[in-house]
Ligand binder design. Structure first.
Ligand SMILES: *[C@@H]1O[C@H](CO)[C@@H](O)[C@H](O)[C@H]1NC(C)=O
Ligand SMILES: *[C@@H]1O[C@H](CO)[C@@H](O)[C@H](O)[C@H]1NC(C)=O
Length: 393
């Protein structure tokens, strides 16, 4: 376009040379000025385009660079996550191995230990007489798992009434409520919706996951009290009895189930409370309760820690404590405490639950069914257990 304009100008200059007048000279000046202006604008325009081009180029280089580094970052994070997962699994396995290998007996002064042992033996003899020794079974394995339902909250508990001839199921969703749902049978519970259950409104709300039903009564931790246990008649919802259990309420029973401050349990021998006492280094304490008058019969300080524990249950006067990790893993029974002193934790193998990543917030043993009714992260599951006579263990 430039050259064309110049040619035109030169031509017109050549033609009008003879009759040049002041007017023409003026015109010429005007044209020159115009052209100079146009040129200037053109140059500016070109420069602008170049700048914009440069900017776009810079930007795209930057974006490409960032994309590349993001990709690198993503790969790094993924590798790290994989590594951590692998390491965790390895540590878990190592810990299991070590705990199987090392006897966890602390060195204590022999004389003192002997004295203590003698005292305990005497105590145990007395207890044996009062409780009877006809109950003689021990847990040897957790056999199979059946997930029967997924309902309610992440936390909760459910149980089958252990009363002879009863098939009723009780369902406690969450950590605190004044309602318990009652189902006629396991079948109605499994197949039905929660709305079809019979809701029972209690005179006071319950707390935690350690409730128990026994002979038509519900025993539970009254919410917003540190240590009150209520015995409520399920038919007319009246409080039949209540008690305060000293030492309870300052620590959760199990470190991994933080809303449960007392865990009630039923076994072949009767009604129990499991709790954690800070006076006793956070170890678990078990108390046998008289179920009719709700009075303490006897208390045992166990050798099982509440640290990393998620749940526990009683079978035949033996406490079995279930441990896990905070992030959910494979649950295992790593500590037991036998009030009859027949089986011992250090001689018993670690018992694993069927492989599945779990967080058990409650477990209830049913003495007649020989099953555990467990609440696993909002799933209601049943574990069959293997039992043997204590003499064979
Ligand atoms: C109490 O339980 C009932 C029945 O399971 C449920 O509908 C309700 O949401 C619960 N309330 C709280 C506060 O969790
Ligand atoms: C509730 O029922 C039980 C058992 O039938 C009975 O012993 C008790 O007196 C009843 N309580 C009230 C207040 O009706």
């Amino acid at each position: 376009m430039y050259t064309w304009m110049w040619t035109l100008l030169v031509l017109s200059l050549g033609l009008g040379h003879a009759q040049r007048s002041t007017q023409e000279a003026f015109m010429m000046q005007y044209f020159e000025r115009r052209i100079a202006q146009l040129e200037e604008r053109l140059i500016k325009c070109e420069q602008n385009t170049q700048q914009v081009d440069q900017k776009i180029y810079d930007l795209s280089t930057k974006v490409r660079g960032q994309l590349a580094s993001m990709e690198v970052h993503r790969t790094e994070v993924k590798t790290q996550v994989d590594n951590v997962a692998m390491r965790m699994e390895r540590v878990e396995r190592d810990v299991e191995y070590l705990e199987n290998k090392t006897p966890n007996q602390p060195h204590i002064e022999v004389e003192e230990a002997l004295m203590e042992q003698q005292m305990k033996d005497t105590q145990k003899k007395i207890v044996k007489i009062t409780l009877g020794t006809d109950c003689n079974i021990a847990l040897t394995g957790v056999k199979s798992l059946k997930i029967v339902k997924k309902a309610g909250d992440v936390y909760g508990s459910w149980l089958k009434d252990p009363t002879k001839g009863s098939a009723k199921i009780y369902f406690f969703s969450g950590n605190k409520n004044n309602t318990v749902l009652e189902f006629k049978s396991l079948k109605t519970f499994t197949e039905g919706r929660l709305a079809q259950a019979h809701p029972i409104q209690l005179p006071f709300p319950w707390q935690g996951t350690g409730h128990v039903v026994y002979n038509g009564f519900l025993y539970y931790h009254r919410a917003d009290t540190p240590n009150q246990i209520l015995k409520v008649h399920l038919l007319n919802r009246t409080v039949a009895d209540s008690m305060l259990l000293p030492g309870v309420g300052r620590l959760p029973t199990y470190a991994l189930t933080t809303h449960t401050f007392l865990d009630l349990a039923v076994d072949e021998l009767g009604l129990w409370v499991i709790y954690s006492d800070p006076e006793f280094g956070g170890n678990l304490v078990i108390t046998k309760l008289d179920k009719s008058s709700l009075a303490v019969e006897h208390t045992w300080d166990t050798t099982c820690t509440s640290r990393d524990a998620e749940s526990a249950f009683m079978i035949c006067g033996t406490l079995y404590v279930v441990y896990n990790s905070r992030y959910g893993g494979r649950s295992s029974i790593q500590c037991l405490y036998d009030i009859h002193d027949t089986i011992h934790s250090e001689e018993s193998p670690v018992l694993f639950f069927p492989k599945r990543y779990t967080n058990h917030y409650s477990m209830h043993y049913h003495p007649k069914d020989k099953q555990l009714y467990a609440w696993d992260d909002g799933y209601q599951t049943i574990y069959k257990v293997d039992l043997k006579s204590k003499a064979e263990v």
